[in-house]
Write a protein that binds this ligand. Sequence first.
Ligand code: MTE
Length: 319
Amino acid sequence: MLIKNRGEIPYSEVTPKSLYLNRRRFLRGAAAGVAALAGRFSQEILSPSIRAQAGNKLSGVVKGPFGTDEKVTPFDDVTHYNNFYEFGTDKEQPAELAKNFRTHPWSVSVEGEVKKPKVYDMDAIAKMAPLEERIYRHRCVEAWSIVVPWIGFPLNMLLKQVEPTPKARFVAFQSLYDPKQMPMARWAGISFPYVEGLRLDEAMHPLALLCVGMYGETLPNQNGAPVRLVVPWKYGFKSIKSIVKIRLVESQPPTTWNLAIPREYGFYSNVNPDVDHPRWSQARERRLGEFLKRKTLAFNGYGDQVAQMYSGMDLMKNF
Ligand code: MTE
């Protein structure tokens, strides 16, 4: 994709920059290293918890299955290093520019190849099923990763309610696009509304989470309030934010990054350390806040649960 104007560089183009920690985090990380050695400063002084706008505490959340016991990434990192192109292409812009994003009232239309199409009010979604906390690894295609205590429930609960018809083979998702609230979107270099898709069996998989919160609270705007998807075995861009429409369809739906640069971003986008991005390796990743890189795991470490969905498929071609 030939995008020459600096203001129109899409996230794939700016990726090499983010293969390294941004300067602020790098300095903080380095300082923390020095402090650990010298034992002179407390972590609190070096890593002040600059909380994003306070969310509402979510009650009645139970511990869900599949959780990792890896160290959870600090809230401040997860809320100040975001990809949400509707609110700017720099990692720290969404926290600032989505501050006043209106997420109430909100509804999600579930439609298409279903017997019972329905427009769900956000409150109904949040109360549809017991809310679970799921601590998942989240691997961005840009080779950084985080561990997040998401809150939500399996997407399959919503899909079962609307009763997919036998024709439904894929699920298409669409984010809100409101140019008035998202003036930076026109410089992002990708088209909006942001759209994503899953095969129906992927969408029905118990790991696929319809997410309404994190760290015990409702989702911060920059992380996709009020409702987003979390698909932990796929690259982060499949986890579409601020969803307004879910449509069950017969054929494979278009997806934002595949539309933008099909050679670089496939429909499946399963985390695969053996298939490099055309411009960088996917073999290793940097966990935000850590200095050394770690090995990336096939299917982001969820292979035992999901690999069988792709048996017989050439994953070099279906990337
Ligand atoms: N959803 C929308 N609507 N717009 C986006 O720009 N970015 C995607 C995904 N969902 C994006 C989106 C990408 S590239 C990533 S890595 C994740 O959101 C980032 O989620 P996080 O900011 O909560 O870490």
